[in-house]
Ligand binder design. Structure first.
Ligand SMILES: Nc1nc2c(ncn2[C@@H]2O[C@H](COP(=O)(O)OP(=O)(O)OP(=O)(O)O)[C@@H](O)[C@H]2O)c(=O)[nH]1
Ligand SMILES: [Mg+2]
Length: 350
């Protein structure tokens, strides 16, 4: 990756310090032409527009996305999660280099709404993904910071389209496995890989059962040196635990493996499992079904988020009072809600 692509620390408006707001912007057509030709600088600048809070940037970003959409989708989208320190960044470096050795082009996007200032983790990942980040066939983009999960998720989904249009056929979306962001990532990837550490029970892994159930693949990381035997035990334990999870409707039975990002052992096997997964769910139609359901999900999410935001911004004054009325039993919650919605309708028509 050429320097400058990863360096944009967002300013308060969410606009990265790439000078984009000062230089005259290229037209949507020029952006699209550059992206389709695989121009990484244009891709990077377009993502900055997607992340921007400015109305004119948003408008331009929408035009670019619309034009790129027909050229997107030809990829495998892989979600990767695991608790902090499990070895995600190191895994992505090692796995990513393997993916590139297979002639693929890889984009790595991260979702981390908890990082208000992403500068620290960018620097950390620059050293952990140093080989990958120098490779011309890889593109690494950290999540915009200072945004809501919904905001980050939408922007990441749009960024996926842009990366695919630029020719990246393998997309990794990385998230820290501690909270709600897994659900958001799950709803934008074709398969979900959960990284685990040897020896830690479910509770120590800090992973909610719901996240375990979402995973299509599991990998016990750091299976090297003294840790190898313990990793194998955890692999077997996890393998038997997933028998008790509800089966996946796409007919896929989740696989558990172990790997070392340091020795490279097991890394190629995980890529092969991903290829096998894609083959199976493509042939039984579930690859497309999942993507279609995701499109419907994001349509609904976006409408809901927009409506809720609009509702609360128009009704802030009355909402507080309604809350007080319902807790003091002056009116029922349903009555209060109906009254608020009637008034919202009136204010919206004004
Ligand atoms: N021995 C060994 N150590 C590893 C391996 N993978 C990662 N580590 C080490 O584990 C530590 C954490 O690895 P990271 O890749 O930073 O983990 P992460 O999940 O990205 O952590 P966060 O970004 O904080 O969520 C680092 O010190 C790595 O060097 C591995 O396969 N073998
Ligand atoms: Mg990391």
């Amino acid at each position: 990756m050429s320097s400058g692509e990863q360096t944009g620390i967002p300013s308060s408006g969410g606009i990265r310090s790439t000078g984009i707001s000062r230089k005259p912007l290229p037209s949507a057509e020029a952006f699209v032409k550059g992206i389709l030709a695989g121009d990484r600088v244009m891709l990077s600048r377009a993502i900055t527009l997607v992340e921007s809070a400015r109305a004119d940037h948003k408008e331009l970003a929408e035009k670019i996305i619309d034009a790129c959409l027909p050229h997107s989708g030809n990829s495998i989208r892989i979600g990767i999660t695991g608790i902090p320190g499990v070895g995600k960044s190191t895994f992505i470096e090692s796995f990513g280099m393997h993916v590139l050795s297979q002639g693929k082009k890889l984009a790595v996007l991260t979702i981390d709404p908890s990082s208000q200032i992403s500068g620290g983790s960018i620097l950390g990942d620059k050293t952990r993904m140093s080989e990958l980040s120098r490779n011309e066939s890889a593109f690494i983009r950290p999540s915009p910071s200072g945004d809501s999960l919904g905001g980050v998720a939408r922007k990441t989904r749009e960024t996926i389209y842009l990366c695919e249009a630029a020719g990246f056929d393998t997309i990794i979306v990385e998230t820290v496995g501690v909270g709600q962001s897994e659900t958001a990532v799950h709803s934008m990837v074709d398969l979900f890989l959960l990284l685990l550490i040897a020896g830690a029970g479910d509770e120590l892994q800090g992973i909610k059962r719901g996240i375990m159930e979402m995973a299509d693949l599991f990998a016990v990381t750091k299976a090297d040196g003294d840790n190898k035997i313990r990793s194998e035990a955890t692999r077997i334990e996890t393998q038997s635990a997933i028998h008790f999870f509800p089966s996946h409707e796409n007919g896929w039975i989740p696989k558990v493996s172990s790997c070392s990002s340091v020795t490279g052992e097991g890394i190629g096997g995980i890529w092969n499992q991903i290829l096998e997964y894609k083959k199976i769910v493509t042939s039984n139609g579930h690859f497309e079904i999942r993507r279609k359901n995701q499109s419907k999900y994001w349509l609904e999410e976006t409408v809901s988020e927009h409506l809720l935001g609009d509702f609360y911004s128009k009704m802030r004054d009355l909402y507080k009072a309604a809350e007080e009325d319902v807790v003091s039993h002056k009116v029922s919650s349903f009555q209060a809600a109906e009254k608020l919605l009637r008034e919202y309708g009136r204010r919206t028509r004004e």
